[in-house]
Design a protein around this ligand. Structure first.
Ligand SMILES: [Zn+2]
Length: 321
């Protein structure tokens, strides 16, 4: 299923039964400045592109599109790509005042073009300037006004402030879904609900938004809007980006607590259930810890296998390697 174009009024890939033509689509550039330029150009108010957002070829002039043949697979159509400097400029179904400014009459075409380019460049530069975040105090002063329903802002200290996304509906207990910390040096940490606890979202999964890997540095308001918009979506999307090791860790810790709670309540018996539970916790710990340290029970158990059934032992060992 081809992805739908995000430009207002464009029906590319919306209804394949009506419209049989195949139009190539392009994802937003990963470079933050180029990404913002696209975002700025597309006449859609408060639009925040996601990883899935695409713009179809109809909005690019032909010189932007490099039509190259693809030899990699048996695909019988050309897969074009965009030139590095390309950005969308053609919006036929949008009000004209949202499209590129129209040239002033009675001037030479090249003069007009130059004028439009300059004006455009100027307005983009102004927008870039407004979009820039000027340090931590700028964040703490303006953040309250920037967030929407469902988010709470808390100024914690001179060191950092936090944003919380809370769900509080009568049918279930209130819960904290997402927490975002912004530090004095403008680096950002995100925590998201996973297995009923908040766990740190791996920085690597947000590189598409920040442009650079860890630490994630917040530099513009459009970046901030994208971040909030991304984490305002349903949680399934978000928890997928949580580091898998951290999720195992949270799960293991919960299990461990369950283990010790039952031990405390019931001292006399050493049931098989508890032994199994302990074994399970140990295995999960081994999965996440960098150093493999086995408990005395497991070592003893391994030794027993080695002594009684050496072949089984070596088979088990090789399956773990
Ligand atoms: Zn389109």
């Amino acid at each position: 299923m081809p992805r739908k174009c995000c430009v207002p009024g464009c029906n590319t890939n919306y209804d394949s039964s009506v419209n049989n033509e195949r139009v190539s689509v392009f994802t937003f550039p990963s470079d933050p400045d180029r990404r913002r330029l696209w975002q700025h150009k597309i006449p859609r108010k408060d639009f925040i592109p996601t990883k899935q957002s695409v713009v179809c070829a109809k909005h690019f002039t032909e010189d932007c599109i490099l039509r190259v043949d693809s030899f990699t697979r048996a695909v019988d159509r050309k897969i074009p790509r965009l030139s590095d400097s390309a950005y969308p400029t053609i919006f036929p179904n949008c009000p004209s005042y949202l499209s590129e400014p129209t040239p002033v009459k009675r001037k030479k075409p090249e003069e007009r073009l130059k004028e439009v380019e300059n004006r455009d460049e100027q307005s983009f530069r102004e927008w870039m300037e407004r979009d820039k975040i000027n340090g931590f105090s700028d964040v703490t002063n303006k953040l309250q006004a920037k967030i929407n329903d469902g988010w709470l802002f808390k100024y914690n200290s001179e060191e950092y402030c936090s944003l919380y996304r809370i769900e509080d509906i009568p049918s279930s207990k209130p819960s904290l879904l997402v927490a975002i910390r912004i530090f004095k040096d403008m680096h950002v940490e995100v925590f998201s609900l996973s297995s009923s606890t908040l766990v740190r979202v791996a920085d690597s999964s947000l590189t598409w938004l920040f442009g650079k890997p860890s630490p994630l540095l917040l530099t513009t308001w459009s970046q901030f809007d994208s971040l909030i918009s991304y984490f305002s979506q349903n949680n399934d999307v978000v928890t997928k980006d949580v580091d898998i090791k951290e999720r195992i860790q949270v799960f293991t810790d919960g299990l461990q607590k369950l283990c010790s709670d039952t031990m405390d309540n019931d001292i006399d018996s050493e049931s098989e259930d508890k032994q199994s539970l302990r074994f399970l916790v140990e295995q999960l710990h081994l999965l996440t810890s960098p150093v493999k340290r086995y408990s005395s029970e497991t070592l003893l158990w391994a030794f027993q296998i080695l002594a009684t059934a050496p072949t089984t032992y070596s088979m088990l060992r090789s399956s773990l390697a």
